[in-house]
Design a protein around this ligand. Sequence first.
Ligand code: HEC
Length: 119
Amino acid sequence: MKLFNFIVLLSTLFAMTEAYAIDTKNGEILYQAYCTQCHGKNGDGWGVNAASMDVLPKDHTDTKGMITRTDEDIFIAIKKGGKAVSKSNLMPNWDANMTDQEINDLVAYVRLLCCEKEK
Ligand code: HEC
């Protein structure tokens, strides 16, 4: 029983470290710097580039659509580009310019935009 409690404590601590490792605020900063020209400042898909694009950037505030994507789908879309998730290659790949940590921060921010509306 004692060992069991110890394991529970360890896994809780581990889970907390994991959670704190994700920095949604950093995700927002990255998003505002690199994503808004296409996806829009609010993530609604209407960035300055959108009007001239053949395939519209995804509306990240579209809860219904985005809820069907797993965190991994979003991660791969950002890291490897649209083509890797059977989307348009107008969605660039960022693996040369971002660490996995930064991409995870972006995934958390995209999730916030789509699925956990903050007031
Ligand atoms: C040059 C314009 C452009 C930029 C810059 C851009 N995107 Fe995209 N993105 C697109 C387009 C276009 C699509 C939609 C592709 C499709 O629907 O076929 C897309 C799709 C996506 C998707 C997939 C959504 C889905 O339907 O599953 C994610 C996630 C995403 N973008 C995140 C980002 C993030 C995060 C950044 C910034 C690091 C970014 N994008 C920067 C154009 C862009």
